[in-house]
Write a protein that binds this ligand. Structure first.
Ligand code: SF4
Length: 456
């Protein structure tokens, strides 16, 4: 009797080494411009090459500008990072979707979109939010730079097996409550350290009811509770999402793959190291008020007592305060958490025929060139423009202050990204994490509002 995690992990053990650690085979390696340069340099120094170049896909996302991508990058550091990636990929013959490429986008958006991410795989990337891919029933996790080099050289990693945790969410969500609220709610209950040492499986009808894109949002933020990663058992929605995509198995290979994928579930008698259960009806639209994603509240409650006064001081907020009615200067809809076509459709549906508040800058950044093209094909760009929202070109953008899109010091940004750390969106920036719907409603009202009251 095994958990889904155990089944996939055990199938990838190459050998066990002294001290109980295991050598795990990695099926897919995604790379980008931030954590790959040192790894490539390490290979060059040791005069070795890539073990499986066909198992690596590169994209430029963190450092790319989201305006005028046809022009040379003006920020010197960003320019260097992106050009180094391109040069390394050319030298080592790695497939690279660089700036301007029709398949370019945030690494955790393009992997599933191209059908590269599939059930049962082990997937790594030098980026914490690699957990996103777990939505397809695979073991996906972020690795450090030295591990990026290890995988490049050997296609394996030496790891300690994590403990297993199941988080079950039962029941139906209220209207106006989304997958982002589910995961922010769970983190607020378990804290930013609540998943430490574990790999999480999300289960329950509130999870299986979610679309594949919404499942990615949940798994994306699983690491924000300290977990190694998150996963959801694949099902009919997963097969339907993958079928026909560029890297999906075709013809007989599809049937073979499907037969295997159908074995990927947790056995009824399997035992997890830790279990938590929540009720979907208890979840409201969520907001963070502090400087880690665990400092979150239901939108209609007040900021609780906290020992982390430093976080409240940084955010310019106080215990007992309600965030409803709080004036904010920026709204950012994007990042690998919420930049897929369903997020953009949801926002477009809400803002259609409305206008953003004059004092707010409202930016929508698609997760990939494909999402951008789809949004334009569906006329969402026109809806955003009419509502005063700016649709940018794809990239990580204001998720982190590593490119031109930054939030000025002391100003508030309601953001659909995944981290509200001090300075994450720029030095002194004050980030309030929320769902795309809450962000859109805030942009229109000019102050934070409970989106449930704004829906017809
Ligand atoms: S959008 Fe943010 S969290 Fe996601 S890959 Fe880019 S920087 Fe990392």
């Amino acid at each position: 009797m095994n958990t889904l995690f155990d089944k996939i992990w055990d199938q990838h053990v190459v050998t066990e080494i002294k001290g109980g650690r295991q050598v795990i085979y990695i099926d897919q390696h995604y790379i980008h411009e931030v954590t790959s340069p040192q790894a490539f340099a390490g290979l060059e120094k040791r005069d070795i090459t890539l073990r499986r170049k066909d198992k690596i896909i590169a994209t430029a996302d963190h450092n790319v500008p989201t305006k005028n991508q046809h022009l040379p990058i003006s920020e010197p550091l960003s320019k260097k990072q992106v050009s180094t990636l391109m040069r390394n990929c050319e030298k080592f013959d790695v497939t690279c979707y660089g700036l301007g490429h029709e398949k370019q986008g945030i690494v955790h958006v393009i992997g599933p979109e191209l059908g590269i991410t599939k059930p049962g795989m082990t997937i790594v990337c030098g980026d914490s939010h690699t957990s996103t891919h777990g939505a397809f029933g695979c073991i996906a996790f972020g690795i450090g730079t030295s591990q990026v080099e290890q995988v490049m050289a050997s296609q394996c990693l030496i790891l300690n097996k994590p403990k297993t945790m199941r988080i079950t969410v039962n029941g139906k969500l209220q209207r106006g409550v989304s997958s982002k609220d589910i995961v922010l709610y769970i983190i607020s209950k378990l804290t930013a350290a609540g998943g430490t040492g574990h790999f999480i499986e999300f289960a329950g009808d509130a999870i299986t009811d979610l679309s594949m894109e919404a499942r990615m949002t949940v798994c994306n933020m699983s690491i924000e509770m300290g977990a190694r990663g998150g996963m959801i058992a694949p099902d009919q929605k997963t097969w339907d999402y993958i079928k026909g995509r560029e890297h999906a198995p075709k013809a007989d290979k599809w049937n073979e793959a499907l037969a295997y994928w159908k074995t990927l579930y947790t056995d009824a008698e399997a035992v997890f190291d830790t279990e938590h259960t929540f009720e979907a009806s208890d979840i409201s639209p969520m907001l963070t008020y502090g400087t880690n994603p665990g400092m979150g509240i239901k939108i209609d409650t007040h900021i609780p007592e906290t020992e982390n006064q430093k976080a409240l001081d940084y955010m310019g907020l106080s215990t007992g305060e309600s965030l409803i009615g709080k004036k904010v200067e920026h709204v950012f809809i994007g990042s690998c958490t919420n930049s897929r076509i369903e997020d953009l459709r949801l926002v477009a549906e809400f803002v259609k025929g409305k206008q953003k508040a004059d004092h707010i800058s409202a930016m929508i950044v698609p997760g990939s060139k494909a999402v951008e093209a789809q949004a334009i094909e569906e006329g969402l760009d026109k809806i955003f423009e009419a509502a005063g929202f700016e649709l940018r070109e794809p990239g990580c953008s204001a998720c982190l202050g590593m490119n031109e899109d930054k939030v000025p010091a002391g100003e508030y940004c309601v953001s659909t990204s995944n981290r509200n750390f001090e300075g994450r969106q720029g030095p002194g920036a004050r980030t309030i994490l929320a769902s795309p719907l809450t962000a859109a409603a805030t942009a229109v009202a000019g102050v934070i509002v409970d989106v449930r009251k704004e829906l017809n």
